[in-house]
Design a protein around this ligand. Sequence first.
Ligand code: SF4
Ligand code: SF4
Length: 361
Amino acid sequence: MKVEQETPFKLIANCIPVKGAKRSSICDLHRGSIQLIPNDLYKLIKEHEGNTIVEIKKKYDHKYDTIIDEYFEFLIDHEFVFFTTTPELFPKMSMNWYQPNTITNAIIDVGKQSDYDIHQALENLNELRCKHIEFRFFKKISLKEIKTIVAFLDDIKSSIISIDFTIPFDNNFKIETAQDFMYTYARVSSFRYYGSHENKFIAPIDNRRGYIIITDTIINNEKCCGVIDSSLFSVNINTFTESQQFNSCLNRKISIDTNGHIKNCPSMMKSYGSIKAISLNEVVEQKEFKKYWNISKDKINVCKDCEFRHVCTDCRAYIEDPENLYSKPLKCGYDPYTNTWQDWSQNPLKKKTIKHYELIG
Ligand code: SF4
Ligand code: SF4
């Protein structure tokens, strides 16, 4: 402990403190975990990184020695800090986010009424060098039909590297069949079966990729999207750095709704035209289409004071004040000023907006 007391401390570069209104967090972007800390510890780290513990205690006239020791015990236990006589050799991690792809992710919704050409949409996405697709089927779909989609991506040597399928639960569902499918078609990274009688998570086996989620939730239309929950926090370098400047849901996203309308997200009213009449490329070139991309969490009311803002996915389709583009996501029940979670759908202050979006009730 003597060495630690007398050697300058330094934060591990990918363990990053985020200040909130009432408490802060340290996001461990390597381990993918988040620890909550008091704002006093945040302040200590920010003001004294590069100093020794002895120097810090002296600075506070030894009034807080016990608590300073406790704070450092916590930081050392979680491997957030190390001690070095050459802190200048350990620079901060860059917060720049760069992707060469015009579009990084897409949502494609398919319902009973859908009559647009999915293959055309996939070709368009390939031209935009899109990397990830989420397919949401609001109607029954067989693995055979899914196979034609995935095989087509192979045929066109698509830029897509991962696909998530959300599909209705089928009583003939077999875990092994879905897993075999994912192992055969490596682009498929998950299946989410909705409307089951149970909730289950099936992790990939043998260090392979590909997981399965079975849920009793009914996901039969686009309005089921946009829920903010701590289980959905994404603690990694990509989300953390992207969220510094860009919107953590809509940046570089394009969507096609069940009617074939091209949108930022299927839940939004604004359509940029039908995929039957205009290409995705032409839509992306429109300035208006990119208006959500730069709405980072630091610009959003309430979120800008939240200790989770760089790991939390945003939602701009359902917001607390539909007249204010910068208002908090409607489907978030977290209050960073009290550090409490509530059921957002039961909040009496949200009733009017919930009705406005025709969500429930
Ligand atoms: S903006 Fe909201 S509803 Fe749209 S895709 Fe994002 S989270 Fe879902
Ligand atoms: S307040 Fe904002 S940043 Fe915090 S959890 Fe809710 S949506 Fe996410």
